[in-house]
Design a protein around this ligand. Structure first.
Ligand code: AMP
Ligand code: ZN
Length: 116
């Protein structure tokens, strides 16, 4: 996708602080972090959102989730973290290229899971 910002990051066309890259996925720091540790895990292939996935994407989605614990530890969140996937209009997704947010830090994330 020519104008997708995360496709551009995956292709190396715009800068990002990448913390992992393999044939299928990239992880990089969020540009506006909401916690001391905040990075995104994306597929290299353009998938708009989790709403566009089905069982045929299970291996890719599983791998994206499965690297989160190691990356979280390496980035400074050894005692747990929070994963978020905002999906579609109702999920208030802003960038329409599937991404898993991983938030954490040395201390617990302040506040409830969602605002009221
Ligand atoms: P979402 O609301 O789930 O679609 O979140 C999109 C996230 O992408 C936000 O947390 C943004 O801060 C982040 N973001 C947008 N542009 C960039 C960029 N160029 N590099 C890193 N993170 C970005
Ligand atoms: Zn894309």
């Amino acid at each position: 996708m020519d104008n997708c910002i995360f496709c551009k990051i995956a292709r190396g066309e715009i800068p990002a602080r990448k913390i992992l890259e393999d044939d299928d996925m990239v992880a990089f720091s969020d540009i506006h972090p909401h916690a001391p540790v905040h990075f995104l895990i994306i597929p290299k292939r353009h998938i708009e959102s989790l709403a566009n996935c089905d069982e045929s994407d299970a291996a890719l989605l599983g791998r994206m989730l499965a690297v989160a614990p190691r990356l979280a530890r390496e980035q400074g969140s050894p005692d747990g973290f929070r994963t978020i996937i905002n999906t579609g209009r109702v999920g208030r997704q802003e960038v329409y290229h599937l991404h898993i947010h991983v938030l954490g830090g040395p201390e617990p994330i302040p506040g409830p899971m969602v605002g009221r």
